[in-house]
Ligand binder design. Structure first.
Ligand SMILES: Nc1ncnc2c1ncn2[C@@H]1O[C@H](COP(=O)(O)OP(=O)(O)OP(=O)(O)O)[C@@H](O)[C@H]1O
Ligand SMILES: [Mg+2]
Length: 386
């Protein structure tokens, strides 16, 4: 950034700096006096904001803010922050001369003279409207993919659930018939109890399904891994054949994590469905959850993480396939069996949550997928918020 030192640098005369700053067209670079009035203006500022130098020099920089931001005192707040802390950064809507708006990334740095006195501020603003729009579009696509994935997962779950509901209805019907036929009050009581239990189980199942299917925005909250695993297990039991055993191993007192619980549930289901699909005949899936300290060995991550491992005794993944498994639409499953979106959703979720996903697999020896998610930062002074 421009500093008073640079302006006096022996090998580059001040007018060269002036030329350099003037020729930059992608950034608006201008100076403010300590009260926030514009004192210099470059070509980029003219291009981005639409004002000529003679139109803005002497004006207060709140001219570039929206009326709402001005009413909220945002320009003054930024100026004060820069004067107090030496620097202030901001991202938000700014107004051009013609009244149109652009999304700006702005930095305000204090400039001091040789005695440390503040002589002004350097303001550098970049128009990142395009970048913001592509980020928003990416979010929208991700949300659509997430919905599509959820429907897919629901489809996988409902087959097993229909079977379970049938069993419950059979219990309810036969108990009711027996209760109607008997004269023994104690037997009637027992039958009614069976009906209640089967009905209760049905309610729990529909609630689990409904909470999973609900359309929700990314909803980040502190989540207790054990609760989430319990809910996922409840859903999954109906989607696993009897020949596959599910073992769940949870480290006691797992720390909270800060993620979207609905998405994490889907991520776990995706990993567990993949493990199920890799097993032909008898097999075991182990879901292990523990806390780990990372020092850069996994994707350069540092700090406390919760690790979810899904280990299966399935067919494993050939070495030449491993690099492709996280690609969207990559699948080795027959047409109609897989969309190839499961692991790309897992990957996107891990990255978005500040974590990572790793794979360890060998043909014939099964696969272990490891998902790392950052520990919730505020564990000491806040209660779990479920
Ligand atoms: N546990 C696993 N064991 C063996 N292969 C796996 C395992 N997990 C993923 N794969 C491989 O990675 C590919 C991509 O997985 P992904 O979950 O993205 O898609 P899919 O399972 O094929 O389809 P979808 O999840 O959309 O139903 C799979 O087709 C499979 O070849
Ligand atoms: Mg899958």
């Amino acid at each position: 950034m421009v500093s008073a030192d640079c302006l006096n640098h022996p090998i580059m005369p001040a007018h060269r700096y002036e030329q350099l700053v003037q020729s930059v067209v992608d950034y608006a670079i201008y100076m403010l006096d300590p009260t926030g009035h514009v004192v210099s203006w470059n070509a980029g500022a003219q291009r981005i904001k639409g004002y000529r130098a003679d139109e803005v020099i002497g004006q207060h920089f709140s001219l570039f803010f929206t009326p709402q931001d001005c009413a909220d005192g945002r320009p003054d707040h930024l100026l004060r922050q820069a004067l107090d802390q030496g620097v202030a950064q901001d991202e938000g809507w700014r107004v051009r001369k013609d009244g149109t708006q652009f999304w700006a990334l702005a930095a305000l740095d204090v400039i001091r003279d040789d005695n440390g006195q503040i002589i002004g501020l350097a303001k550098v603003t970049r128009d990142i409207t395009d970048r913001r729009e592509s980020a928003l579009q990416l979010d929208a696509v991700r949300a659509q993919l997430f919905q599509a994935q959820k429907l897919e997962a629901l489809g996988q779950l409902t087959g097993g659930l229909a079977h379970d509901f049938n069993n419950m209805l059979t219990i309810i019907m036969s108990s009711a018939r027996l209760a109607l036929a008997t004269q023994d009050p104690a037997r009637t009581q027992r039958m009614l109890q069976h009906i209640l239990e089967a009905g209760q189980r049905g309610i729990e199942l529909t609630q689990q399904l409904l909470s999973f299917a609900r359309h929700r925005k990314l909803d980040v909250a502190s989540v207790a891994p054990a609760d989430l695993v319990a809910a996922t297990r409840g859903l999954l039991e109906h989607a696993l054949p009897g020949s596959i055993k599910l073992k769940v191993l949870l480290q006691p007192d797992l720390p909270l994590i800060e993620v979207d619980a609905g998405q994490l549930q889907m991520v776990l289901l995706n990993l567990l469905f993949n493990a199920r699909d890799a097993i032909t005949g008898q097999g075991v899936i182990a879901l292990t959850v523990d806390g780990v300290e990372l020092t850069g060995e996994v994707d350069g991550l540092l700090g406390s993480f919760v690790r979810f491992q899904v280990q299966d005794s399935g067919e494993g993944i050939p070495a030449d396939v491993i690099p492709r498994i996280f690609e969207p639409f990559f699948t080795t499953k027959p047409f109609g069996k897989g969309t190839g979106l499961g692991l790309s959703q897992v990957y996107g979720f891990a990255r978005q949550s500040g974590g990572a996903i790793c794979v360890d697999s060998e043909p014939g020896r099964g696969t272990c997928m490891q998902l790392y998610l950052p520990m919730y930062q505020d564990q000491t002074d806040s209660q779990p918020n479920r």
